[in-house]
Design a protein around this ligand. Structure first.
Ligand code: HEC
Length: 152
């Protein structure tokens, strides 16, 4: 038992020490989604889905839950946000050319169709995955928006 106690105390110390490390937050003053929304014109239903289930990892401003301040959860979350934004950032929509915009919407349709987005870990504490109705609403919207970038 003594051996386990040592290991336990050591783990505890590591965990406490980790709390002093704070990853940088994705916290712009404003969540700049105006261009994206103006161009892709989501309905209010789709907008609510995007705001509640996508923008935390795919815009310049994340709404952090309290447990995001606790290491190592904070590291895990910041990793998701960073990687999510690297692939697709609606706040950077203006910097994408037409081809890239169309491509991102293609990817979006695919990810949502396959139930890959929002990330499963996210849905654990954010009200579950998208329902079939929500999925079709998002896919219909993305298909329509896609035409904006492929029609001449
Ligand atoms: C918890 C963070 C998180 C949430 C929430 C989230 N994503 Fe993602 N997303 C990621 C990460 C990480 C990646 C990159 C890795 C991957 O593709 O699995 C990604 C990749 C993507 C890509 C692929 C881009 C490319 O070029 O391959 C699209 C599109 C996307 N997400 C759309 C969405 C949509 C739409 C929602 C909401 C329905 C959403 N995501 C919710 C983290 C997230």
């Amino acid at each position: 038992m003594k051996k386990y106690r040592k290991v336990f105390i050591l783990l505890l110390i590591v965990l406490i020490a980790l709390q002093f490390y704070r990853p940088e937050r994705n916290n712009s003053e404003v969540r700049d989604v105006a261009s994206f929304e103006k161009e892709t014109k989501p309905s209010s239903e789709v907008l609510t889905i995007l705001e509640n289930t996508c923008y935390d990892c795919h815009s310049d401003k994340t709404t952090y839950p309290w447990y995001a301040s606790v290491s190592p959860i904070s590291l895990w979350i910041s990793n998701h946000v960073e990687e999510g934004n690297e692939h697709f950032n609606v706040s950077a929509w203006d910097s994408y050319d037409k081809k890239k915009k169309a491509h991102k919407l293609d990817e979006l349709i695919e990810e949502v169709e396959e139930g890959e987005m929002p990330l499963t870990e996210y849905t654990w504490l954010h009200g579950g995955s998208l329902t079939e109705n929500q999925k079709s609403a998002v896919i219909d919207w993305a298909r329509k928006a896609h035409l904006t970038y492929t029609d001449k």
